[in-house]
Design a protein around this ligand. Structure first.
Ligand SMILES: [Zn+2]
Length: 202
């Protein structure tokens, strides 16, 4: 039987999320059409990033060094923190080009059914930052889902003891929405119309 010599590449590509058999074939033949040097650069970049990627020691964004480029950027406001579930949510908010503060990545959302309890999230680390950094406002940019709501509820009780204004994104976001798939205009409106959960005690 005829065995397509490109099939192992197609099989690996079709295992990628969102890539079906047809797209995998198209990508495989695209790679084959590239000069050897371009393919080399692609695989080197993939290998380099995979080998060296780590979490920023301050905000837990993905980074290639101890601190991510956002934490290292001294022009970013240190008094506003945007709390997100995953590093990929930062990408969506950064594309909006509006938020000038810093981030804190929880590493997930509370979901008791999946065994994700608050202790597994980086909430202690967030509290440590609040005692070390001049944070005045926290924006919870968390998906409007059951897990997101549970996380917001938990955070708002834990953060009550700090002198910070706490707000969450406005629900222009549809229930069940994914921040990383939300278009920039909707996300910007959700940011601008953010709802206070609690104000800083006077
Ligand atoms: Zn960082």
């Amino acid at each position: 039987m005829h065995q397509n010599p490109v099939q192992p590449l197609i099989d690996q590509l079709s295992a990628l999320p969102g890539i079906g058999q047809k797209s995998a074939e198209r990508l495989a033949y695209f790679f084959l059409s590239l000069p050897q040097a371009d393919v080399g650069r692609f695989t080197e970049t993939l290998t380099h990033i995979r080998r060296h990627i780590r979490y920023c020691e301050r905000c837990f964004n993905l980074s290639l060094s101890q601190y991510c480029s956002i934490c290292e950027d001294t022009s970013r406001e240190a008094n506003v923190l945007c709390v997100v579930a995953q590093p990929k949510d930062i990408g969506a908010i950064e594309r909006m080009r509006q938020f000038q503060g810093r981030y804190h990545v929880l590493g997930g959302l509370i979901s008791p059914l999946d065994g994700i309890h608050p202790e597994l999230l980086r909430i202690n680390e967030l509290q440590r930052r609040l005692s070390e950094e001049p944070v005045k406002e926290i924006i919870l940019a968390i998906n409007p889902t059951v897990e997101g709501d549970a996380t917001i509820l938990y955070l708002s009780s834990v953060l009550r003891q700090y002198s910070v204004t706490l707000s969450q994104l406005a629900y222009g976001l549809p229930m069940g929405a994914n921040i990383d798939y939300t278009d920039e205009i909707t996300l910007r409106l959700a940011f601008d119309g953010r709802n206070p959960i609690q104000g800083a005690p006077q």
